[in-house]
Design a protein around this ligand. Structure first.
Ligand SMILES: Nc1nc2c(ncn2[C@@H]2O[C@H](COP(=O)(O)OP(=O)(O)OP(=O)(O)O)[C@@H](O)[C@H]2O)c(=O)[nH]1
Length: 231
């Protein structure tokens, strides 16, 4: 499988819907969510529910990780990522709470590879083959990003592939003019929209499942347990 370069994991949010804990290190069947994302990218993952497209285990689709978080999150996330067979770069927010746009910008700035496959830490069933396909789209088209958009939903800016330098600059430009909306990034880069039809030909909607609440965590845990039983 083609290597898609830097895997940029976003974990700098406050997890307010999750309650009094950082969801990035909340465990699903014993494995912290951020670790599940890293393992998907590294090809060292546990069984995943049907619909996560690529079966568990496989080749790494990135050759390094860039992890964006606040300074106070770093130790717990580092522990969660301990043993991941990829170099980990840290993209620590100097100023917290500027939103996902700032997180994407910081992660892209920390990337040492030309492309960044961005994934939010709360997407435990991300399909690495989908990221690889988007990386190919960006490289072949000469565009600066491939951003999925399901019909009747927002752009999935937190599971997308960006030309790292262009995206970092675009995020900074938006922040400098006081725009924190993540859509500013899509406006500011030459983006290929990966539409509904393309998404369905490449992967399944499960790739976008994100865990915001405790009940959603429980649901993800049940799905993982069922997959493990079936394996
Ligand atoms: N660096 C940074 N990342 C953020 C920020 N807000 C959200 N994110 C990240 O953006 C992604 C999508 O955000 P949400 O799913 O809303 O996560 P969240 O903000 O932690 O959760 P809620 O507080 O419940 O909305 C997650 O990976 C977050 O970690 C922020 O202010 N700074």
């Amino acid at each position: 499988m083609t290597v898609v370069t830097t895997g940029a994991i976003l974990a700098g949010g406050r997890s307010t819907r999750f309650g009094d804990a950082d969801k990035s290190v909340a465990r699903i069947a014993g494995v912290p969510m951020v670790r599940r994302v890293a393992d998907r990218l590294a090809g060292t993952d546990d069984p995943v529910p049907p619909g996560a497209d690529r079966a568990s285990g496989g080749d790494a689709v990135v050759d390094e990780l860039a992890v964006n978080c606040r300074p106070d999150q770093r130790d717990a996330i580092a522990e969660a990522l301990s043993g991941v067979p990829l170099p980990v770069r840290w993209a620590i927010d100097e100023e917290p709470d500027l939103g996902p746009l700032a997180g994407i910008g910081n992660a892209c700035r920390a990337a040492t590879e030309p492309y960044a496959a961005v994934v939010a830490c709360d997407m435990p069933f991300v399909d690495p083959a989908f990221l690889a396909a988007m990386r190919e789209t960006v490289a072949e088209s000469g565009a600066e990003a491939a951003v999925p958009r399901l019909e009747d939903r927002w752009y999935q800016t937190t599971q997308a592939v960006y030309a790292a330098e262009s995206a970092a600059e675009a995020c900074q430009r938006a922040l400098d003019r006081g725009d924190r909306k993540v859509l500013a990034l899509v406006d500011q880069v030459d983006a290929v929209v990966v539409d509904d039809e393309a998404i369905r030909s490449l992967t399944a909607e499960l790739t976008f499942t994100n865990v915001n609440t405790r009940p959603e965590l429980d649901e993800a845990e049940r799905a993982v347990a069922a997959a493990a039983d079936a394996a």
